[in-house]
Each structure stands twice: as C-alpha cells, then as structure tokens.
Design a protein around this ligand. Structure first.
Ligand SMILES: C[S@@+](CC[C@H](N)C(=O)[O-])C[C@H]1O[C@@H](n2cnc3c(N)ncnc32)[C@H](O)[C@@H]1O
Length: 247
C-alpha cells in the first residue's frame, strides 16, 4: 500500500506491470484552476498494463467526448461502461437536468483479446443458483464471444450497469472522492485477488482503501503533496486485510 507524491506520468511507469489501472483524472469540465486535463498519460498507462490488464477511467460524457481520439491513439480499445448514480449531484444550469451520475469506462490494450482480459463476473445475491449459458454470440456484441458463468447465489442477476450508491458528502477528504463500495466492484471484476492495482490520480486514496478491504495490492500517485499525505494517513489507519471484512 503506497501513495507516491508526484506526477503519475513520471512515477507510475516505473512500477509496472499492473493488473488494473484506475484513473480518476480532472475531467476538464469547468474553468476551475485544478480542473485541467492531463495530457499524455493514456499511452503510458496502456504500456504499463499486463496483457490481461485493463483500465477503468472515471469521467463525464463531456470529458470522454473531448478525449475520445486520445484513447484510440494511445492503443486503447473501449470495452464497457458503468453509470454511478449518486443521491445528489451538481447542476451547471439552474434550469436544466440536475446531473446525478458519473461514468466509469473500461478500456484494454488493442493488442490484447477481450476474452483474455481478466474478468470476474459480478452478480447480485438475490436470485436462484444456476448456470447461465450464452450458446451463440448475440449479433450485436461484435467481438464479445459466447460464454457461460456459474452463479452460485445470483442466478440470472448479473450486476446491472447502473449502480446507485451514496456519494461521500460530509465525510469526504477530497471534493470529488469516489465511494469505496463502487471502487470495490470495479476492482473485483477486473483484478485477481492479490493482483496489483495502480491509481494514477489518487486524491484521497479511496481506491487504496477498497484494495485493502478486498485483498489487492495498491500503488497510488497524487500530485498535491498535502492530499497525498492525507491519503497515506487514511490507508495507515486501516486494519490489515483479513482482520476486518472478508472479501
Ligand atoms: C478527480 S480527483 C481524484 C479523486 C479520487 N478518485 C478520490 O476518490 O479521492 C483527481 C486528482 O488528480 C490529481 N492530479 C492531477 N494531475 C495529476 C498528475 N499529473 N499526477 C498525479 N495526480 C494528479 C489532483 O490533484 C486530484 O487530487
């Protein structure tokens, strides 16, 4: 469990390869001084992944549309996305929809096959056990192959791509802190137990807390020294894996 202080573009390639990279960069949606897009990190992140590794990036639709070409230029292929539904959110305009969601999008290196990218099926625990088989590839799924999964307690209840979870208002260390429960889901599905998760824009270290709770190794990087120190203190206050919640 380490939080480095510095620029992820300089620090993070040294510790590769990673099973999973989680990145919550400044979205570049506002004119605020800290909300500036970071250039050039995507190609470095792709090169730092294991062949079975993937990258989850947080953002708004606006931020993904503004940077779409950069993902393909960096050799990253879109895989899937989830929507995090918050209980409250921001509105840029008083007379438009109140925005209560954010996106997290998964990418993987173009030289990898999607079927070889690590995946642990996420299920919800409210249905009957059974084996779910997809015999043929549905015509609309492109590169995604046929497959099956054995669900011991979730039956047909594959986890849905819209995930409602409270945000961290009132107890947040960082103004854009992500909930640990959401991060746990992304990490479980994309990183094997004991694998190495790399958090390129660490903020409060929420990804590190999720890793500690579910038994993954963690290395984060934060450019703001004061925030990096708070993230380190947060992680130092957690019990070792296995002494608290089980995975
Ligand atoms: C959206 S916040 C991340 C919040 C984090 N996910 C959390 O849950 O607390 C983005 C963070 O990236 C940091 N940052 C910006 N540029 C960076 C860079 N080049 N390298 C490392 N961190 C950077 C900012 O200081 C900010 O704390």
């Amino acid at each position: 469990m380490t939080v480095l202080t510095g620029d992820c573009r300089k620090e993070m390639p040294w510790h590769a390869p990673y099973d999973l990279i989680i990145a919550d960069p400044p979205y570049g949606d506002t004119s605020l001084a800290w909300d500036r897009q970071v250039e050039g990190w995507l190609a470095l992140a792709r090169a730092a992944l294991k062949p079975s590794g993937s990258l989850w990036v947080f953002g708004s639709l606006r931020s993904f549309m503004a940077t779409a070409g950069q993902f393909s230029e960096a050799g990253l292929r879109y895989a899937q996305e989830i929507v995090w539904e918050k209980q409250n959110g921001t509105g840029f305009h008083a007379d438009r929809f109140k925005r209560v969601h954010e996106l997290a999008v998964q990418f993987y290196p173009v030289e990898s096959a999607w079927r070889d990218v690590y995946n642990e099926v996420q299920i919800t625990p409210d249905a009957v056990a059974r084996t779910v088989r997809r015999k043929r590839r549905p015509p609309h799924t492109g590169r995604i192959d046929a497959g099956h999964y054995v669900s011991y307690d979730g039956g047909p209840r594959l986890m849905r791509s819209v995930i409602p979870l409270r945000n961290c208002h009132g107890r947040a260390i960082h103004p854009t802190e992500k909930p640990v429960a959401l991060l746990e889901i992304l990490i479980r599905t994309s990183c094997p137990e004991g694998g190495l998760v790399s958090d390129w824009f660490a903020g409060s270290g929420a990804v590190g807390e999720a890793c500690r709770l579910i038994g993954r190794r963690y290395i984060g990087c934060e450019i703001d020294p004061a925030m990096a120190e708070r993230a380190r203190a947060r992680l130092a206050s957690l019990l070792p894996f296995g002494s608290g919640r089980s995975p």
